[in-house]
Unconditional design. Structure first.
Length: 269
């Protein structure tokens, strides 16, 4: 069940999650470099139980399970994405709000690929995740840096803005992809939540996909997908915005620079 605190996010992700589920193979391809980062962290030492927060359709959860043979659990609030994760199996999946959910076991590693920026109360969420972590266990997550450092994401927002002229600007302190872009703020949140040995390092990767999948990606994810869903003529929207992404196309390949933070921390012994 979902708490009242994050019910708005649950409603939003349940709707948006249908697009993520439809395009999960494309998403997995694009975000593979960040999955590889988390899998590599997981294999640095033996693992018994691993928790993937904001697991979506479960790609990272399955990847770590295959690489470590650990008992892996994915948690997410979006039923639409979890349904896709369950269909592919490979791990256990829980529909729950990780900010308040009482986990019935502890994990020696907690990971997340772009899933921890959407809590109503980020400090409370990390405090709850600490309760679910064994003493000496680890936290490792990947989060976006600023929009200016991620031009593909910024291009999508700008291209869709014409369809939502009255939309308020995003709240930098509210749930959203850039919620943890400030490393000093992120460190403070984690330390207030009780985590130790916090380390925040830049993680820059170039994500790729075939050019012929770009329209599928744009029409299922992000603000352009929302604009198409609300438009009377979705095809017209795509024709109007597609050219904005020409700078990312190199022959038959789309190259997306991804500027992120890799954040690690430890649970006190």
């Amino acid at each position: 069940m979902t708490s009242e605190a994050n019910s708005a996010q649950a409603e939003w992700w349940n709707a948006a999650g249908e697009g993520w589920a439809n395009a999960q193979d494309v998403v997995g391809l694009v975000l593979q470099p960040f999955q590889d980062t988390l899998v590599a962290r997981a294999t640095q030492r033996p693992r018994t139980r691993v928790l993937d927060v904001g697991c979506g359709t479960g790609a990272v959860t399955r990847g770590i399970a295959e690489a470590t043979n650990a008992e892996c659990t994915g948690v997410d609030i979006a039923e639409s994405m979890l349904k896709a994760a369950v269909q592919r199996g490979g791990a256990e999946y829980i529909r729950a709000d990780a900010q308040v959910h009482t986990f019935d076991r502890q994990f020696d590693l907690v990971v997340s690929r772009f899933g921890v920026m959407f809590f109503d109360d980020t400090t409370a969420a990390f405090r709850n995740l600490l309760k679910a972590t064994t003493p000496g266990g680890e936290l490792c997550f990947v989060t976006w840096r600023t929009s200016d450092e991620n031009p593909f994401m910024a291009t999508g927002s700008k291209a869709a803005a014409r369809y939502f002229p009255d939309a308020p600007p995003p709240d930098p302190d509210g749930p959203g992809p850039n919620r943890l872009a400030d490393p000093d703020k992120t460190r403070r949140i984690l330390e207030e939540a009780g985590w130790t040995n916090v380390a925040i390092e830049p993680l820059d990767r170039t994500c790729t996909m075939p050019e012929n999948l770009l329209t599928t990606y744009l029409s299922n994810l992000g603000p352009i997908a929302r604009a198409m869903k609300e438009a009377e003529d979705p095809g017209k929207v795509m024709k109007e915005v597609r050219s904005a992404f020409d700078g990312f196309v190199h022959g038959d390949e789309v190259r997306i620079p991804g500027a992120c933070w890799q954040v690690t921390a430890s649970a006190p012994l």
